[in-house]
Every structure is written in C-alpha cells, then in structure tokens.
Design a protein around this ligand. Sequence first.
Ligand SMILES: [Zn+2]
Length: 244
Amino acid sequence: MLGRFLPKALSEPEQLTIAHAGDSLPITFLRSARARRVSLRVDPAKRRIVLTAPLRMSRGVALAFAQAQAGWIAARLKRLPSRQPFAADAELPLAGVSHRIRHRPEARGTVWVEGVEIHVAGKAEHLPRRLRDWLLAEARRRITPLALAKAETVERRVKRVSVRDQRARWGSCGPDGSLSFSWRLVLAPPEVLDYLVAHEVAHLVHMNHGPRFWALAERLCAGPMGPPQAWLKANGEKLLQYGA
Ligand SMILES: [Zn+2]
C-alpha cells in the first residue's frame, strides 16, 4: 500500500491552541501506544498539525515541546494548501489538465465535459454532489479496466476493485486480492494513475516494498516510475483539497 498510516490513537484527539506572536495556533493532540517520543507532524488531508505523545508522557511536557516549536507550526499552517470546493467557475484538474466548472441550471443531463470545461446540470445546491458522483464514476471507469489488465499480465485474480473517498492513502491491496483506490487519482495526470494501479497490482504478488516488488511495479508501469513518483511527492497533497 502507499501512504502513511496515522499512529494508532487510544483516546479521542484533543484540539488545543499554542500561543505564538500574538496568534493562537490550532493543533491536534493525540496519545499513541506506538509513539516512543513526542513529535509534531503535518496532516495535509485534514489540514492540521498533529502533536503525538507516548502514553506515559505528561501533558505538560508534550505541550512544552509544541510551544518550543511554535515558529515551525506557524510556518507549516501557512503552507497548507487552501481548500478548493466544487463550485461554479472554480478550477478543477481532470487527468492532470485544468478544467473550469460550469453550472448549467437550464440543461438536462447531469455532468459532461466540453473541451476544458466540466458542465454540471441541475440545481446549484446539487452541484457539489453531482460533480463528486461523476468524478467517482469517472475514476472507476479509468481505474478498473487498467487494474484488471495489469493483474492479468501477472496472472493474479482481482477479487474486487473499489474506488472510494479515502484520504490516508492513494491505494491499497488487501490479502484477499481486493484493490482499493482514491477517486482523487482521476484528477492526477494519467501516468500517475497508471503508476498507482501498477503499484497496487504488484502487491498482489509481493506484499512488501522489497526489490522484487519494485522491479515488478516498474514492469507493470506504462512508462518510467520516477516522474509519477516525483509528481505525487510534489503535488499529492494538493489533490486532497479538491471537493473538501
Ligand atoms: Zn505499496
């Protein structure tokens, strides 16, 4: 699978603020059984900074750590990509190409593409849901046949391909041979979608990230793996902001 798992939390996350330069900076405080030391990290999917402390650490020590890093927290909060809700005349990438969302209240039908515009019929209040449903179906239409074709070349059976609104990872491969992907891959350039599908299909054969896994993933990709990997690293977080 691809992406990072959040540390397993034992208690509900707690919302706190850290004072800094006359501002109060929001942070989320978690306790984790797996944490060995206190840490701060950015969670771009939920647009938040997370302070994670081991179970036994006192709250005061954890907060003092965050306080000492207030400058870093302020800088990282500023750098979080802004939300891009689905709205008339907003911009949305489709297969890596910027499109403009057009609301067509008088038109029949649901959603269709004309050049670099995505037209959405119906009432304004239904636009975000209609567009999201359409993007999900579009992602499914592009991902499913690709996954099945790649699985056939390695003679593995895919139990199911699901496309969902998952934010923690781009894709995953279950031990039963079911593959799951984030619908947001339909926003990324085609070679990125292709790489992610190749990556998860390679997990049908190797459930690890060892050298044999990477050799197979490379072979399953339509092109070299480097550029899509670099694209994801540089732009992946931005995709999480669309329709949020
Ligand atoms: Zn993986």
